[in-house]
Design a protein around this ligand. Structure first.
Ligand code: UD1
Length: 422
């Protein structure tokens, strides 16, 4: 397993061009299963989760063409295998998103249950409840969900009990091929839901209301080919902003959408950093003055994303004063805290979902271990601040969602190298 070696203490300075959003790309790739035409996707990030999703599509019988450095074209006209196996689904939860499209198009599908993961139990009951309302019969056996529908799925009025991004996406895709109209209430408003809806519209789906709490889908008999360009990864942008702030640097991020980061940018201002934006650029400067500890509460969009909780926690570890970080989306997402303590942070858990932090003026380099994707990025931030050398082990977690992270950090002046495992 590769590791990262980082000599900390150097402010990050310079310009970053973020990659395409992983969390938008994965559902869009699943959506290609809804049509027999080709779907051309641009600005696809080269990260391990995307490779896994392509592997799953390949297993199902899709034809995949890689175009240039960031284009992928998927044609699912020859899909013949309707089973998403445990070996793939357990490595990436987003694989579960093939359930809705395969059920809607072929009337039958078997998908392994994702099981537990490093950040909590993450059930899929809302996906299944909604698909049943669309007329599917669903059985659970030997760790697999088998969903069937004799005829086309039927449009229905569905209200989610909890706001779920994956659930909203799975059901929105299934309803696109259902007979009649589906109204989804209490849906996720995340930009990744909107991006999926935009791609589905390019394929002929009739969807409105995405980005609000209620989405309406008028089902179509079939969808055709289409395409889209994936937008910048807002979590990658937030991660680099946090790294620049923590190291008292200055960063300019180009080709991104500041609007979808509104709450996050306001939070960086509360830390005392200076933020400037225009239509597609964000500048953060933390060169002057201290960072002020800032309470964080994660929430569904437009709240602070749970995927940036770990990075803000790391920033609080090196800010002046006391703070609390409250995780409201997942029940077990503070695995990074004890690793940050190894770097010298003064932080502890008040409960499984609340961390309390007393800022310290210095962190010290140490060996630490990455436990999940975003937890790993908080360790990178800690190591970039720490005096001396840190080594972050098990960075395959980072490779799941960050493209060439060490190269991007090097361009910003960081002293970082990847140590390849033999
Ligand atoms: C979540 C995040 C998403 C992030 C992704 C990867 C939210 C709302 N979602 O999406 O922004 O990019 O993780 O880290 O912030 N739940 C149920 N039953 C279900 C589905 C979900 O109870 O059937 C619960 C989950 O346990 C969780 C909450 O709903 O507490 C949100 O889960 P969900 O949005 O589905 O998770 P992801 O789609 O993985």
């Amino acid at each position: 397993m590769d590791s990262l070696r980082i000599r900390g203490g150097i402010p990050l300075n310079g310009e970053l061009c973020p990659g395409g959003s992983k969390n938008a790309t994965l559902p869009i790739l699943a959506a290609t299963l809804l049509s027999s035409g080709s779907v051309d996707i641009r600005n696809v990030p080269r990260v391990r989760d995307v490779t896994l999703m392509l592997e799953l599509l390949d297993t199902l019988g899709a034809e995949i063409e890689v175009n240039g450095s960031d284009g992928v074209s998927v044609n699912t006209s020859r899909v013949h295998n309707l089973v998403a196996p445990y070996e793939l689904v357990r490595r990436m939860r987003a694989s579960f998103l093939v359930l809705g499209p395969l059920l809607a198009r072929f009337g039958q599908v078997e998908v392994s249950l994702p099981g537990g993961c490093a950040i909590g139990s993450r059930p899929v009951d809302q996906h299944l409840k909604a698909l049943r309302k669309l007329g599917a019969s669903i059985d659970l056996d030997q760790g697999y969900v088998t969903a069937r529908s004799k005829d086309r799925l039927q449009g229905a009025d569905i209200e989610f009990d909890v706001v779920t991004v994956g659930g909203t996406q799975n059901v929105m895709m299934a309803a696109s091929l259902a007979q009649g109209t589906t109204r989804l209430r209490n849906v996720a408003m995340e930009p990744e839901v909107v991006e999926l809806a935009e791609c589905l519209r390019s394929m002929g789906a009739h969807i409105s209301g995405d980005g609000t709490e209620c989405i309406t889908i008028v089902g179509q008999e079939q969808l055709h080919g289409g395409g889209c360009k994936v937008r910048a990864d807002r979590i990658e942008v937030g991660t680099f902003l946090a790294a620049a702030a923590a190291t008292h640097g200055s960063i300019r991020i180009v080709d991104c959408d500041p609007f979808v980061l509104n709450t996050v940018l306001e939070t960086f201002q509360r830390f005392g950093t200076t933020i400037k934006t225009d239509e597609s650029t964000i500048e953060l400067s933390a060169q002057h003055g201290e960072l002020r500890a800032t309470d964080i509460v994660t929430g569904v969009y437009p709240g602070i994303p749970t995927d940036l909780q770990a990075q803000f926690l790391a920033l609080n570890c090196v800010s002046r004063g006391n703070s609390r970080v409250v995780e409201t989306v997942f029940e077990n997402r503070f695995m990074h805290l004890q690793e940050l303590v190894r770097l010298g942070a003064n932080a502890s858990l008040e409960s499984p979902t609340i961390a309390v932090i007393q800022g310290v003026s210095k962190l010290r380099g140490a060996k630490v271990m990455a436990t999940d994707l975003r937890a790993s990025s908080s360790l990178v931030i800690g190591a970039l601040v720490a005096d001396g050398m840190s080594q972050i082990n098990r960075i395959y977690h980072l490779d799941r969602g960050y493209e060439r992270i060490e190269e991007k950090l090097q361009l910003l002046g960081a002293d970082v190298e990847r140590v390849r495992a033999n």
